[in-house]
Design a protein around this ligand. Structure first.
Ligand code: SF4
Ligand code: SF4
Length: 261
């Protein structure tokens, strides 16, 4: 979650899980909700599942009302960002005077803030990612007397759970980014990536109401799990994407053996 004007204020110091963060955000600060305007929030697949269920929408409806499509720099992959309101301050659609109205289901980027995570770097020294701070001048949270490590902050904000569920997806983005520029995915592959990443209802239809389960010999226990658990379905979809895009598993080890094999 980055304020468009404040990208330049990103603290260039690289942090790890043990780095200390002096910060606390709460109602009563003069800056309360200022960070929820004029921002750019890329949504992760698990963000969409949480938000569409919170708002009791289908994933298709959520995408249409609350997101706009973008191509992720250096990956050429379609992603979505939160569509801001058309008001003077370009407010997040979920911010009200009393705060975030979907707080328990807020996106991953909002949970991290004022820290950010850099997992899309393909430089060798950054291969495990790192954290950084976004020091916006209006943010009074840095003056508060509360010190936590980045690891404690991630746990406190529930971002560790989001990162775990999105892990395969993030790895896929990093892998695509490391591809030579002349290797392009087909439009069909990009459509698959978008459906699995963001339109979980459509992917469910695809798995259970097409020839998919006839083509692959998927274990019964997996089928049962993905039928009732959207998180499991998402992770299954990402494993399948890695399999078809990058031949991730050797055939004999793959969970996606063809049914006739
Ligand atoms: S303390 Fe920082 S993060 Fe919290 S409301 Fe103020 S600007 Fe936003
Ligand atoms: S989702 Fe909530 S926390 Fe995130 S920018 Fe919007 S109002 Fe703020």
């Amino acid at each position: 979650m980055e304020n468009k004007e404040d990208l330049a204020r990103i603290n260039p110091v690289q942090l790890d899980g043990k780095s200390k963060l002096q910060f606390k955000c709460h109602k009563g600060l003069n800056c309360f909700t200022k960070c929820c305007r004029g921002i750019n929030i890329m949504l992760t697949p698990y963000d969409i599942i949480r938000l569409k269920n919170r708002l009791q929408l289908t994933s298709e409806q959520f995408l249409a009302i609350y997101t706009k499509p973008e191509l992720l720099e250096k990956t050429d992959l379609p992603v979505v960002t939160l569509k801001l309101l058309d008001d003077e301050e370009e407010s997040c659609p979920f911010v009200k005077d009393e705060g975030c109205i979907i707080y328990e289901d807020r996106p991953t980027a909002c949970r991290y803030y004022p820290a950010g995570v850099a997992t899309l770097s393909n430089k060798e020294e950054h291969k495990d990612g790192f954290y950084f701070l976004i020091n916006e001048p209006h943010c009074e949270g840095f003056k508060e007397d509360n010190i936590q490590t980045i690891t404690e902050w991630r746990k406190d904000q529930g971002v560790d759970i989001h990162d775990e569920i999105n892990e395969g997806w993030t790895e896929l983005l990093v892998k695509k980014r490391s591809f030579p520029k002349n290797i392009k995915l087909t439009d069909q592959s990009k459509k698959m990536f978008f459906m699995i990443s963001y339109n979980i209802d459509e992917f469910k239809e695809f798995v259970f109401n097409s020839s998919f389960l006839k083509r692959y010999a998927i274990e019964d226990a997996v089928i049962e799990e993905i039928k009732k658990d959207e998180k499991a379905l998402l992770q299954f979809g990402i494993r399948w994407l890695s399999h078809i895009l990058f031949n991730k598993d050797k055939k004999e080890n793959s969970e996606f053996k063809t049914a006739s094999a």
